[in-house]
Design a protein around this ligand. Sequence first.
Ligand code: DQA
Length: 144
Amino acid sequence: MKIKVINGPNLNLLGIREPAIYGKRDYAALEETIRDYAKKRGVEVEIFQSNHEGEIVDAIQTCLDNVDGIVINPAAYTHTSIAILDALKAVALPAVEVHLSAIDEREKFRRISYAGMACLTRFAGLGFDGYLRAIDFLIDRAAR
Ligand code: DQA
């Protein structure tokens, strides 16, 4: 099984950006946590990060016929991007939405998630663990 993890804008600045919200660990630590867990669970993982909406759309499109599931944290594009929603709908792969923070408990504008409309479920407010729960979810679903 192969899973693509897609991270949106400013997640490359983890550790620096608003540590009270996103934590003190950096993006390299997030990648390492995901890779270690994927290895432990026996799945292949590819991780992608971009600050650009179109590159995220391209990354979703290249999942077609290449991966079995998508874990996506579109970051701020969660709340604005119909292009990312449409790309997820277009490839029609099982997708799970992840957010480090509890988006429903923050500003009102973070309560809308376009990408989430094309995802099977959401893990938010669990920090790095949310990505691991998303991997578990995709593995469990594939085994069903
Ligand atoms: C985020 C939440 C978004 O609202 C925010 O714009 C981000 C990160 C999270 O992981 O908690 O950049 O997706």
